[in-house]
Design a protein around this ligand. Structure first.
Ligand code: FES
Length: 152
């Protein structure tokens, strides 16, 4: 079970809470921190549920609702804007039929916005799970999304 594996990677110390939550979110097949995960962390660290819940809701990098297999993070910072990220966003929204914060009905994609991804030289940029993509055109986006949709 992913929960036990995630917890056992770290010492049961409060200072590890962000690492543990990250690991739980990464290992959860739906890429989110479930209520049961928060309960498990609270037990493991011997802290109140409300404390863990507070940490998980404070940081935008954690999701408390199920997400798709592929999480698209589109850079929403000025350099990418200048290079056309608004068109990139429109293309993704139209192609996948979802808005920012939503997941496709087949569970393949979740669309999110992010601050600078650190690759401004290849703007406009997106990140899908851990992989970065830049210099995006509609054709390149289609190829990337089609390839991803067919992968696990
Ligand atoms: S501004 Fe988009 S990657 Fe830096």
């Amino acid at each position: 079970m992913y929960r036990e594996a995630a917890l056992n990677k770290f010492e049961p110390e409060k200072r590890n809470i962000l690492y543990i939550l990250h690991e739980l979110q990464d290992l959860n097949p739906q890429h989110y921190v479930a209520k049961e995960d928060i309960e498990a962390v609270a037990d493991y660290l011997n802290v109140p549920y409300s404390f863990v819940h507070g940490v998980a809701t404070f940081y935008t990098m954690f999701s408390l609702t199920p997400r798709g297999r592929h999480i698209i993070r589109l850079c929403d910072s000025p350099p990418c804007h200048l290079m056309g990220s608004t068109s990139t966003l429109d293309h993704i929204r139209n192609k996948l039929g979802i808005e920012v914060g939503q997941t496709t009905p087949d569970g393949a994609f979740t669309l999110e916005l992010a601050s600078c991804l650190g690759v401004c030289g290849i703007a406009p940029a997106i990140m899908i799970n851990e992989e970065m993509f830049g210099k995006l055109t509609p054709e390149r986006l289609d190829a990337i999304l089609d390839e991803r949709r067919n992968s696990i």
